[in-house]
Design a protein around this ligand. Sequence first.
Ligand SMILES: Cc1cc2nc3c(=O)[nH]c(=O)nc-3n(C[C@H](O)[C@H](O)[C@H](O)COP(=O)(O)OP(=O)(O)OC[C@H]3O[C@@H](n4cnc5c(N)ncnc54)[C@H](O)[C@@H]3O)c2cc1C
Length: 396
Amino acid sequence: MEFELSDEERAFQEAARRFGDRVLRTHERTIDSEGRIPPEVLSSMAELGLLAMPVPEAYGGMGATAVLTEIAAEEIGRGDLSMATAVFFLLEAGWGWLLSRHGTEDAKREILPPVCAGKAFLGIATTEPTGGSDLAAMRTRSRRDGAEFVLHGEKSFVSGVEEAKLLGGGHLTLSKSEESGFNFLYVPTRTPGISTQRFQNMGRMGISTGGLTYADARVPARYLLGTEGRGFELALEGFTVARTFVSAACVGAAERALETGMAYIRERTAFGQPLGKFEGIQFELVDLWTQVEAVKWQCRRAAWLLDAYTLKGDVSHRSEVERAVASVKLTAPPIAFECIKRVMMWFGAAGYTKDAGLELGLRGIMSYLVGAEGGLNIMRLILGRELLGREFLAYK
Ligand SMILES: Cc1cc2nc3c(=O)[nH]c(=O)nc-3n(C[C@H](O)[C@H](O)[C@H](O)COP(=O)(O)OP(=O)(O)OC[C@H]3O[C@@H](n4cnc5c(N)ncnc54)[C@H](O)[C@@H]3O)c2cc1C
């Protein structure tokens, strides 16, 4: 068993950390206040190969392993604590990979190169106003009409709605067909018949979240992933990959919070000595660090399993992969939230100011607690199902 990174992986990690320290940290406050990731940040990410990393080189990506992508996600989460850049990163990486795996050749050649170059956005649209956890109950309909699919319905809380409109691009969209079951289609946002709405979020302000309404929107049949009726299964495959990168970004955010906190408690004094000398604070740090370290390796292992099986299309270890990914998505966001919250408290009143640079992290990570990339209870349902068997699922 090898825990060391290879020389190439280490070099890439260092480059991603430099990018996080020099570019993302410099921009994170304006990303949060201006509600967008500046184009120069996206072009730097593209230059470093940080957009849609696992997409094969033939379609503009770098054909990165899940482990390398997970390492980069950690650095992006550490660099921009607001999580906006991490969301952009992981959507392109996870769903770009899925498109490269299951898209038609024409769709891959058309859609992926601009995504990898930061010139188009690619996201995922599954959630609807009536719910996101119970995907099977979704109402958006698609029907085949010759060389096209026609969509009717509504999606909500979708990340990147504005970016896809402004930059170009769209979302892998799950819909139901009366004839064949679920379809997973790439739907460009500028398609006639689509209207969008932007929601007012509390965090990760640099990437929009909004609604999409489809009024008989027509997309070419070449935009279908896999075959008709396989959409549900493909969406779950994409979630498995994307959730690993979400968790890695949370690990990066947690580490940054602890580093910020350690620097502070070394310097700040109370009752005649540094805060870090009080066991009440020191033990809290140690407990948090230990949990982050555990989640970090859990996350690395999940990525390793993706490389060993999922990315190769090997479903023989499906349950092991599902358990690894669901458990890390269950643990990484809460520990990141807790680290940021505790460090804010070590700062005392200063922690409650924007100058401390922590509150944007709390607001960003909260998105993963309420549901982004699947709610915590959904991770528990997946784990319960994998541990006890499908017959123990509380719903059909
Ligand atoms: C910032 C942000 C960005 C997002 N981006 C996207 C995106 O790009 N694309 C997209 O499609 N969606 C996106 N989502 C939506 C996300 O996928 C959903 O929030 C998630 O699937 C949960 O759906 P819901 O919000 O409708 O909650 P519901 O499904 O209504 O669930 C409400 C709560 O009940 C819990 N719950 C549900 N069922 C059970 C059960 N059986 N047992 C116990 N508890 C249960 C859930 O975990 C949740 O906490 C985003 C969400 C946020 C907050």
